[in-house]
Design a binder for this molecule. Sequence first.
Ligand code: PNW
Length: 457
Amino acid sequence: MATFPKDFIWGAATSSYQIEGAAFEDGRGASIWDTFCKTAGKVANGDTGDVANDHYHRYPEDIAIMKELGLQAYRFSFAWPRMFPQGSGAKEERGFAFYDRLIDELLEAGIEPLATLYHWDLPQALQDKGGWVNRDIVNYFAEYSTAVVERFGDRVKKFSPINEPWVVAWLGHGIGIHAPGILDRRAAFAAAHHTVLAHAASTHAMRAVRGDILTGPVLNQANHVADDTNDAAQAHAAAIADAHQNRFWMDAIMYGTYPQILIDNYGDELTSVIKDGDMQAAMVKNDFIGINYYFDNRIGKSLGGKPEWHSISGLFDLDIDETPRGPLTDMGWPLSPEGLENLLVRWHKEHGDKLPPLFITENGCAYGDGPGADGAVHDPKRIDYLQTHLKAVSNAIAQGSPVKGYYQWSLMDNFEWALGYEKRFGIVHVDFETQKRIIKDSGYWYRDQIKNNGSTI
Ligand code: PNW
């Protein structure tokens, strides 16, 4: 049995490039993902977001599905290049008008929007000026943030500036498996610092337009768990990993500091981009913190110089065995629901009353189940994943962690970035040939939990 507060918010999430399609319609400018997808060898099967789920045209059907599932809230993102094809300056009214239609239809269906301003589809024109590595991005992002709240702030009351700045910095600029595909630790530290400044600048810009909106970051967090905490190398690796993934943004936003261990180990790669006053500017009061949680990372013994599983550790000069243990999802990610509970309790203990309300802004898993002979999609492993993670959320709440809502990732199967359409995270199945949607068993299961406020979890 699980218990959730009466006003707990039950939602699901998507992002613009992953579902919208219509990549060349109504004046939309190119984004860095358009460019990346067309670069040979970057995305599985040569997949692109050109059509994706065709949500740009099928959003009424998708909202009808949300309604059928009983979703109370929907987290989506704006495509910056739809509204500012060149990133700044001239506006494209047809882009703004699309989001008017989407938001109005959501409200009509009684579904509360939570809008992300940046879920990785940077206007290519801004990348051509250096993108996240160029400090000017802070002003461009603030200008865009102002325009968004001026237009939509009458109807959208929850905003989040940047989705997963860790991924922007480290997958985009460190190991280059995401757009813009840069492999350079120094560039990644610069991008990371600029996401911190851009978060603060965007928050202030949005609040200057309206006082009645709630804003907060969305951070992808994980525990980094050493097999043997008495092993000095493992303990060191765990501390570095925790610092660059979790504490970098938490400490900056809450206290205006970066973890000393990063400064000690990477020196001017980080400090050279910090200007006087930056760290004071970084500190910003958030109305909530969004946490995206998928899995914990294992930190094992030295491999003798060859980091195995994913190469972020290699980038940080950490020689550890990261091979995950136990059953894996289609992403190769392990199952660690206890990690979600630990994380939520950790922030509550560390920050106490200073910690704003938390939302789980993403949580979910990829499994490839498709329609069976009966036409239904049976995905018991996804149900199990959602059940165990929601139980973890309820356990954390019982220990005092201020979690106020949960947005499942993802409403529907979609373009899973460099892994293309093969990895299916949806509680709704999508046939990408026909665009037919089928609610999976997990979708019906989630509908029942929403109805009961999770009381049978
Ligand atoms: C998130 N990791 O990305 C994104 O916000 C979604 O757009 C994405 O579809 C979803 O998770 C599933 O991947 C992540 O390497 C990408 O730890 C990579 C990691 C975590 C989250």
